[in-house]
Unconditional design. Structure first.
Length: 147
């Protein structure tokens, strides 16, 4: 059985998709305010995280951190349902526009729905709640590659 990473065509294809997504997101009326001039870095990080999540090389984990670090990055952002739905819509549109393989799309569509709902829910947690959930000690703030 192939991994979703293999079905995607690899890291470069995921990077192409995330770059297309961020180009749309920064100009979008619903999402634009959420993103800064660092969209290219975010696109790189997201492609790296997807690479790991989909069964590819673990470079992102070595450079940035594990799932706990990724979750922490969204603490307190309080994403709305409109923002969540628009993120999912633009990501799936970007995947289609860059020609992601047909074998990739069903699993990716499911991933996007599940992960956006989870991230949106967790984004409403306070930092103390998030620390407890992630098992971080009081006062600890993760930095890239620390957690």
């Amino acid at each position: 059985m192939r991994t979703l990473y293999e079905a995607s065509g690899g890291h470069d294809r995921l990077r192409e998709m995330t770059e297309a997504f961020y180009a749309k997101a920064v100009a979008d009326d619903v999402l634009g305010a959420m993103f800064t001039a660092a969209a290219s870095e975010h696109a790189r990080w997201l492609a790296g995280w997807m690479t790991v999540s989909f069964g590819g090389p673990r470079d992102y984990v070595e450079e940035r951190g594990d799932l706990r670090f990724v979750i922490w990055q969204h603490a307190g952002l309080k994403f709305t349902e409109d923002q969540r739905a628009r993120w999912a819509e633009l990501m799936l549109t970007s995947a289609r526009e860059v020609g992601m393989p047909a074998a990739f799309m069903p699993g990716f569509t499911q991933y996007v729905e599940v992960i956006t709902r989870s991230v949106a829910e967790q984004s409403h947690m306070s930092l103390p709640e998030m620390r407890v959930m992630l098992g971080y000690p009081e006062g600890f703030t993760p930095t890239p590659a620390s957690g």
